[in-house]
Design a protein around this ligand. Structure first.
Ligand code: PNS
Length: 165
């Protein structure tokens, strides 16, 4: 049984993340989308809101034989992965700029927990410039993000903007 963790901030989930999930489900029997609970980052959505949104989006997705779960975690990723008996960490790489940080993280995680492999997938070309941080900035300043986040996520972003204005 191959269980993988797809960790991230997911603040919010983007179509780039979804693309990585869609392509990973063929590689693993079970996949846990793990939302980092890190209050220091001043997120747009609480970890609970992010988990709920991801779970709702996943309901409409064909994940084949792969069982999906969504959870939040705090502390070291490898500790969480070990506790959940996962053997792989999935990360998407968009551009060379991601590579440096991702490799350092993968090597550090390998040193901490040699049994857990990091599996990198190249981001789809059409989403290779999409990041949650950039999307939030564009959205907050009134720009359009349709097509770059699931519709449900865009609706929640609108709600959040209305709440804070
Ligand atoms: O979506 P992000 O913000 O790029 O995800 C980063 C994440 C959550 C994978 C990373 O920050 C992480 O693993 N945080 C947990 C704390 C940890 O284990 N830090 C050491 C990594 S070498």
């Amino acid at each position: 049984m191959k269980r993988a963790i797809f960790p991230g901030s997911f603040d919010p989930l983007t179509k780039g993340h979804l693309d990585i999930i869609e392509r990973s489900v063929d590689l693993f029997d079970e996949m846990i989308v793990a939302v980092l609970d890190n209050p220091e980052k001043h997120p747009m959505f609480t970890p609970e809101e992010r988990c709920r949104m991801i779970a709702e989006v996943l309901v409409g997705m064909d994940t084949g034989e792969c069982t999906m779960a969504v959870e939040s975690f705090s502390g070291l990723l490898v500790d969480y992965a070990k506790k959940r008996e996962a053997t792989a960490i999935v990360r998407g790489i968009r551009a060379v700029s991601d590579y440096d940080y991702e490799v350092r993280m993968a090597l550090m995680n390998k040193r901490l927990e040699p049994e857990i492999e990091t599996v990198f997938l190249m981001a789809a070309e059409e989403y290779s410039y999409v990041s949650s941080r950039l999307l939030k900035q564009v959205f907050t300043l009134g720009g359009r993000v349709d097509g770059l986040v699931p519709e449900l996520v865009e609706a929640k972003m609108r709600e959040k903007r209305a709440e804070t204005n």
